[in-house]
Design a protein around this ligand. Structure first.
Ligand code: PGA
Length: 265
């Protein structure tokens, strides 16, 4: 695992934008010269908003293009239609897609308005494979260590499926709803196996409330009780943290030294 520690959430967003730039098309590259598409795995929640803002700014300045990007979001609530402002469809449209040149047909978010949710989840997993797999997966992390909606106890080899949300996740997300009762109880989420198949992973975390779960993820045992800890097995996982989220890491000095040495290579 590579650990990058930043001074502020703003810097986390800037560094994440820099780290992801090689996966995005350069605005000046013609489609003919740059036909390969990149498959991005995208996340919702508060944490990636700063990164999405940076992408939008860089797109507007003409630096990057999403013309050749195919995206797959991690998850979607069950029982929330796409046009509902609480849906992740709505979130992605408002916070990223409508501001950039990604082709609507290239964006994917699990369909939860289906009569057959398990079949919908299975079709999503197949669609990811048919797109060639995920090149770069963006992740936030829940306060109990979930990634996507892979709650504690999730199988390390799980594929996209329907999951029941923990009461802690529902409480954490209640801030986006009028009341706790309105927070959905289930979601379709990529599995831990799906995420582990991504060729590179960029996990962002900010704030003191994430410090313990970051410590457990990086320095604790690999356990399904902290689903993000499986990233210790990922060959190309980078965690970009602000100082608060990194504040409980026992080996912080070592991670800082590793980064300084990397820069000098
Ligand atoms: P947050 O959510 O970015 O809003 O903290 C992260 C998550 O639940 O994965």
């Amino acid at each position: 695992m590579r650990i990058v520690v930043c001074e502020s959430p703003e810097q986390v967003a800037e560094v994440a934008a820099d780290e992801s730039i090689e996966y995005l098309g350069l605005a000046c590259a013609s489609t003919a010269k740059n036909p390969e598409s990149t498959v991005l795995g995208l996340a919702t929640g508060s944490t990636p908003l700063g990164l999405y803002q940076k992408w939008i700014e860089r797109f507007r300045s003409g630096e990057i293009s999403f013309r050749n990007v195919v995206s797959f979001n991690l998850d979607e609530y069950c029982g929330v239609p796409p046009e509902d402002p609480q849906s992740y469809h709505y979130f992605m449209q408002g916070n990223l897609f409508k501001h950039i040149d990604i082709l609507p047909q290239n964006t994917h978010i699990p369909h939860t308005n289906s009569d057959d949710l398990p079949a919908s989840a299975e079709a999503y997993e197949i669609a990811i494979a048919q797109a060639g797999g995920i090149d770069l997966q963006i992740l936030g992390i829940g306060s109990e260590g979930h990634i996507g909606f892979n709650e504690l106890g999730s199988s390390f080899s799980s594929a996209t499926r329907v999951k029941t949300l923990t009461s802690k996740t529902r409480q954490d997300n209640a801030r986006f709803f009028a009341s706790l009762e309105q927070v959905p109880k289930m979601a379709i989420t990529m599995g831990l196996g799906t995420i582990m198949n991504a060729r590179a992973v960029l996990l962002l975390a900010t704030g003191l409330h994430k410090a313990q779960t970051i410590r457990d993820t990086v320095e604790g045992p690999v356990t399904a009780m902290v689903p993000a800890s499986i990233l210790q097995f990922h060959p190309n996982a980078t965690l970009i943290l602000d100082a608060a989220a990194a504040s409980k890491l026992a080996h912080l000095d070592y991670y800082l030294e590793c980064e300084r040495n990397q820069q000098s290579l």
